[in-house]
Write a protein that binds this ligand. Structure first.
Ligand code: ZN
Length: 360
C-alpha cells in the first residue's frame, strides 16, 4: 500500500467525521490522502479538493443581468395558439361575433355577449351533464321523453316537464359542448333549407362534403346551427315528425329553394315509419360463443353499401379490444350506415364497409 495511505490512517479524526461509520471514515481518509498526493504532484487544483467525495449540487443557471445579448432558452415543445377556455372548435356564434367586431360593432356585440354569457352560465349549470356510462349520441338529432323536469326549451325558454317529448342537439355553450333541448314544435320552427356556398361544409351526421349549391337542411340549437344532407336529415327528422303528429315540410323556411322532386323525396323520407326503440322486438337468440363469432368475422358479412336493405338479425363488433353484440335495427338502416341495439339499450352506429363489425 502507498505510504500516504498508511499515514492517513493515523491522523486524528476531523470534526466533520464524527458520526460516520468506520468504513466511511476510512473512505474519507483515503480520498483525502489521495487528493493530498495529487495536489503534491500538481494534478489537483486546491479549490477542487474539498468538493470531491461530496455530491455535486447542480446550480441553476444564473440569468445575466443587463446582458444585451441574453435570450431565454427557446422552447422545443409546441404551444397552443388557442387561448385558454376557448372552445377547440369555433362555432358559428364565435365566428359571427368576430365579424361583428370587424364591422365596428364592437360595443353592441360586447353588451350582447355579456348578457348572453351570464345567461349561458346559468343554462350550463342547468344543462344535464352526460353520465359516464352514457355514450355520446351517435345521432345528431335525438328525440326522447325528458328524464327530469329540469330541462328548458332553448327556443321558447319554457320548462320541459318530465316525460314530455324533447328534441336534443349538441351546441357549444361557455366553452363546452352540451346537449340543447327544445320542444319538437320549437325545433321544427328552427329548421331551414339552405344552399351550400363554399363547398367546404360537411354534413354534421355523415361528415360528407357538400357540393357548391347543394341543398341542405340546417337545424339550430341555441347559437349552433348544423347542416345535413337532405336524405340524412329526412331520416333524422322522422322521430321529430312522428312526435309532432302533423308537420309540413313545405312550411320549413327556405323550402322554396328545393326542387319539386327534392321536396317530394324529403316529405317521403320524413313520413316513413320512425325507428322506434320500443317497437323493435329484440330477437331472442342465444349469444354465439366468441369462437363462433370470430369464425364469422372472416366472412365479414354486411348489408350492401349504397342501398337500404333493411337487414335484421344479430351483429358483432369490436370495440376497445372487446367483442360486442347487438341486434340490427332494420328501420334505421341508411345507404351508408346500420344501427344496432345493444344489450344495454343503446344504439350502436355501424358504418357500412367498416372492418370492425359483421353479421352473425
Ligand atoms: Zn319550446
Amino acid at each position: 500500500k502507498p505510504r500516504h495511505f498508511r499515514e492517513a490512517r493515523t491522523e486524528p479524526m476531523s470534526e466533520y467525521m464524527v458520526g460516520l461509520s468506520e468504513y466511511e471514515v476510512a473512505r474519507k481518509r483515503t480520498i483525502e490522502a489521495n487528493e493530498a498526493k495529487l495536489f503534491e504532484l500538481g494534478l489537483l487544483r486546491a479549490g477542487r479538493a474539498s468538493q470531491l467525495g461530496t455530491k455535486k449540487v447542480k446550480k441553476a443557471k444564473a440569468r445575466p443581468v443587463g446582458d444585451p445579448d441574453y435570450m431565454p432558452e427557446k422552447r422545443t415543445t409546441r404551444v397552443s395558439g388557442l387561448k385558454r377556455g376557448r372552445p377547440a372548435v369555433v362555432d358559428e356564434s364565435t365566428q359571427r361575433s368576430r365579424e361583428e367586431r370587424n364591422r365596428g360593432e364592437r360595443a353592441a356585440a360586447h353588451a350582447e355577449r355579456v348578457a348572453s354569457v351570464a345567461e349561458e352560465r346559468v343554462a350550463a349549470l342547468d344543462a344535464p351533464k352526460p353520465a359516464d356510462d352514457e355514450p355520446t349520441p351517435t345521432r345528431c338529432i335525438i328525440v326522447e321523453g325528458a328524464k327530469t323536469g329540469r330541462s328548458k326549451c332553448r327556443r321558447c325558454m319554457e320548462a320541459i316537464s318530465a316525460g314530455e317529448t324533447r328534441v336534443g342537439m349538441e351546441s357549444w355553450m361557455v366553452g363546452r359542448q352540451v346537449l340543447v333541448w327544445q320542444h319538437p314544435k320549437c325545433f321544427w320552427q328552427g329548421l331551414a333549407f339552405t344552399e351550400e356556398g363554399s363547398g367546404r361544409g360537411r354534413c354534421k351526421q355523415t361528415k360528407e362534403v357538400f357540393a357548391v349549391g347543394e341543398h341542405r337542411l340546417s337545424a339550430s340549437a341555441h347559437t349552433t346551427s348544423a347542416n345535413f344532407k337532405l336524405n340524412v336529415a329526412a331520416e333524422l327528422l322522422r322521430p321529430v315528425a312522428s312526435a309532432l303528429g302533423t308537420c309540413t315540410v313545405s312550411a320549413i323556411s327556405g323550402a322554396g329553394v328545393l326542387s319539386a322532386a327534392e321536396l317530394k323525396a324529403f316529405e317521403a323520407g320524413v313520413a316513413s315509419p320512425a325507428p322506434d326503440a320500443q317497437a323493435v322486438v329484440p330477437e331472442v337468440t342465444p349469444t354465439p360463443t366468441a369462437s363462433e363469432a370470430l369464425e364469422l368475422e372472416r366472412d365479414r358479412k354486411q348489408p350492401a353499401e349504397g342501398v337500404v336493405a333493411r337487414a335484421s338479425g344479430r351483429v358483432a363488433w369490436r370495440w376497445a379490444g372487446a367483442l360486442c353484440y347487438g341486434h340490427l335495427l332494420p328501420k334505421s338502416e341508411t345507404a351508408t350506415h346500420c344501427y344496432a341495439r345493444t344489450a344495454k339499450g343503446n344504439t350502436k352506429t355501424l358504418t357500412k364497409g367498416g372492418v370492425y363489425w359483421w353479421m352473425l
